[in-house]
Ligand binder design. Structure first.
Ligand code: AMP
Length: 280
C-alpha cells in the first residue's frame, strides 16, 4: 500500500494507473477506522482495479462547539487496517495541504442540507460537500463509496454529483452494526461500556418504527412516537430529533406512501449518535 500525503504526488500516481486503464474506487473517511469503513473498502475492491482511501478530519464540516479537536485519531492503527484490507493507496493530507489559503469557494446543496442534522449543524453539509468535491477532483474516481449510516450525507453527495456532472458513480453501502444493533461509528469510542449497552436501544427504537409500518400503520406521527417511546426507556439518552421523511427528497411526510427514511440523532454521554432505517 502506498501512503500519499501530497495532492500532486497522489495525482501523478493515479494518473499513471488511469493510463494503464485501471478503474479507481474511492472511499473517503475521517479515520479511526472500523468495520463500517472496511465494508466500503470491500465493496470498492470488488468493483474496481484500484482502491483509494482518504483519511482526513475535515475542519470545515465541524461547528465551533463540535468535537473537531477531540475527534478520535489513530493513524498507525488505521494504516494497518487498510494495508490488511488490500487497499492500494491511502491518502492522508494535512489541513494545510487541503486548505493552503483561505477558501472562498463552497459547494452548497440546497434543501437536502437543511432538515435533520442540517438544522442542528449549520454549515456541516456545505463543509462535507466542499471537501468531497475537492477529493473527487484530486482522486478522479470511477466509483465512490458512502455508508447509509450517514443517510443525509449520502443524499447530499448524490445530488451534488448529479447537479455538477461529476463523472463518478456513487455507491451506497448498508450500515454495519455491532452485535447489539448499534451502528458502528468512530464516535462510539466516546461511549463507556455501560453507554454502549444503552445505545442498543437506538436501533431497537428504529426497528419498532419499522414494525409498526409493517403491521399496516402509515401515519408518520404514530411511527415517530413509537421511536420516542422506546428511546425514553433509557433516561441517559437525550433525543435531538426523530424524523420520518421521503427517502429521496428528504421532505417531511404525514403518511408513508413511498420509501421513507426514519432518522434520528441522540446524545448519549459525550457522544452525539445518528442512525436511520428505510421503511416502505
Ligand atoms: P466517517 O469516517 O465517519 O466520516 O465515515 C466515512 C464513510 O464511512 C462514510 O461514507 C460513512 O457513511 C461510512 N460509514 C461510517 N460508519 C458506517 C457504518 N457503520 N456502516 C457503513 N458505513 C459507515
Amino acid at each position: 500500500m502506498y501512503v500519499a500525503r501530497k495532492i500532486a504526488e497522489l495525482r501523478k500516481l493515479l494518473c499513471d494507473e488511469k493510463k494503464k486503464g485501471k478503474s479507481i474506487g474511492f472511499v473517503p473517511t475521517m479515520g479511526y477506522l472500523h468495520e463500517g469503513h472496511l465494508e466500503l473498502v470491500r465493496h470498492s475492491k470488488k468493483d474496481n482495479d484500484i482502491t483509494v482511501v482518504s483519511i482526513f478530519v475535515n475542519p470545515i464540516q465541524f461547528g465551533p462547539n463540535e468535537d473537531l479537536r477531540s475527534y478520535p485519531r489513530d493513524e498507525a492503527s488505521d494504516l494497518k487496517k487498510l494495508e490488511a484490507s488490500g487497499v492500494d493507496y491511502a491518502f492522508l493530507p494535512t489541513v494545510d495541504e487541503m486548505y493552503p489559503e483561505e477558501l472562498l469557494t463552497f459547494v452548497q446543496v440546497d434543501r437536502l442540507s437543511e432538515p435533520m442534522c442540517g438544522a442542528f449543524r449549520p454549515g456541516h453539509f456545505r463543509g462535507v460537500a466542499t471537501v468531497v468535491a475537492k477529493l473527487f477532483n484530486i482522486v478522479q474516481p470511477d466509483r465512490a463509496y458512502f455508508g447509509m449510516k450517514d443517510y443525509q450525507q449520502l443524499k447530499v453527495i448524490e445530488k451534488m454529483v448529479k447537479d455538477l456532472n461529476f463523472p463518478v458513480q456513487i455507491v451506497a453501502v448498508q450500515t454495519v452494526r455491532e452485535a447489539n444493533g448499534l451502528a458502528m461509528s468512530s464516535r462510539n469510542s466516546y461511549l463507556s461500556e455501560e453507554e454502549r449497552k444503552q445505545a442498543s436501544s437506538i436501533y431497537r427504537a428504529l426497528l419498532k418504527g419499522k414494525e409498526l409500518y409493517e403491521a399496516g400503520v402509515r401515519d408518520a406521527e404514530a411511527i415517530k412516537n413509537a421511536v420516542y417511546d422506546e428511546l425514553s426507556k433509557v433516561p441517559t439518552i437525550k433525543v435531538q430529533y426523530v424524523e420520518l421523511r421521503d427517502a429521496e427528497t428528504l421532505e417531511d411526510i404525514k403518511r408513508v406512501e413511498k420509501p421513507a427514511v426514519l432518522a434520528l440523532a441522540v446524545f448519549l454521554g459525550k457522544a452525539r449518535l445518528i442512525d436511520n432505517i428505510i421503511i416502505g
